[in-house]
Ligand binder design. Structure first.
Ligand SMILES: NC(=O)c1ccc[n+]([C@@H]2O[C@H](COP(=O)([O-])OP(=O)(O)OC[C@H]3O[C@@H](n4cnc5c(N)ncnc54)[C@H](O)[C@@H]3O)[C@@H](O)[C@H]2O)c1
Length: 274
């Protein structure tokens, strides 16, 4: 029986990932933009079906789970949907990048087959510098809650609730979600990991370079003298969802060409000391 894979977010990266994952699998492609999901499905051809889904809406995510259940069990989940700092404000970025993945993993886990794997796309941004200590319990306790942005704002320094901060906090929260979810997924003999891409040549990546001074600073530091290719992320995801990665769970895979290390010599976004 062919495996069933769900790809959520079919922009630059998600479309390439779907193209790679469709070999030997049936695919459900979900996006808040239902027309985009339908167009990408048509382009890919084969056993690919579009679903309109807003990951920030519990009702919409439940409907996605029902679509999965009608087709069988979940073998592969790749959660790509996300907003870059240029694409939203504090609240929308936190909701799409953190509340969404938390709702999706909670809701789809009961459908996971034995041997299933989930890859949650985080970001290099989660691996740079320190996260305010007071944000850690909030990211843990309110990950799937609509009020998460307000809860975070209440513990941040005044004025630090900008889009860059939302992006870093939400992508760091995703790393935390994956670490604590490994046990639950393991009970079903399933794995969950996050993948943190560095600067990748997608339209989203180009938009950020054009509009975000923090990103332009990063570009000067890259050790390999170039940004990453989409295929370099696709290759790692294909490995992570294969049996060759059968002992990798509850951790983050940083695919950034060495950029984090060249900026910050602390190997993880450690919380600030109290
Ligand atoms: N491109 C890069 O350089 C880079 C670097 C690090 C991390 N990332 C991460 O990779 C992921 C995808 O990047 P991309 O370049 O393909 O971005 P993209 O903007 O091309 O695609 C994002 C997709 O997510 C969808 N989406 C947005 N809100 C949604 C919602 N509420 N529910 C469902 N779908 C929603 C959008 O419609 C879009 O199709 C993001 O999570 C991003 O943070 C990208």
């Amino acid at each position: 029986m062919e495996q069933l894979a769900v790809v959520i977010g079919v922009g630059g990266l998600g479309t390439a990932l779907a193209r790679g994952l469709m070999r030997g699998r049936r695919l459900l492609l979900a996006d808040v933009d239902g027309e985009r999901a339908a167009a990408v499905s048509r382009d890919l051809g084969g056993p690919v079906e579009p679903v309109q889904c807003d990951v920030t809406s519990p009702t919409s995510v439940k409907a996605l789970a029902e679509s999965v259940a009608q087709r069988g069990k979940l073998d592969v989940l790749v959660h790509v949907a996300g907003l870059s700092p240029a694409a939203g404000d504090f609240d929308s970025i936190v909701r799409v990048n953190m509340v969404g993945p938390a709702l999706v993993t909670d809701t789809l886990l009961p459908l996971a087959n034995s041997g299933a794997s989930a890859v949650m796309i985080s970001s290099l941004a989660a691996n740079l510098g320190r996260i305010p200590a007071a944000a850690i319990p909030v990211l843990r306790d309110y990950a799937a809650a609509h009020e998460l942005p307000a809860r975070l704002r209440s513990v941040l320094d005044p004025g630090s609730d900008d889009a860059n901060s939302a992006y870093r906090l939400s992508k760091y929260g995703l790393l935390m979600l994956v670490r604590r979810s490994a046990k639950l997924w393991g009970r079903r003999n399933a794995r969950i990991v996050s993948l943190s891409p560095g600067l990748i040549a997608t339209p989203m990546g180009a938009r950020e370079t054009a509009t975000n001074p923090a990103k332009r600073k990063l570009v000067k530091a890259w050790p390999l003298g170039r940004e990453g290719k989409v295929q370099e992320i696709v290759d790692v995801v294909e490995f992570l969802v294969s049996d060759r990665a059968s002992f990798i769970s509850g951790t983050d895979i940083l695919v950034d060409g060495g950029l984090a290390g060249s900026i910050c010599d602390v190997p993880f976004g450690w919380p600030e000391p109290h």
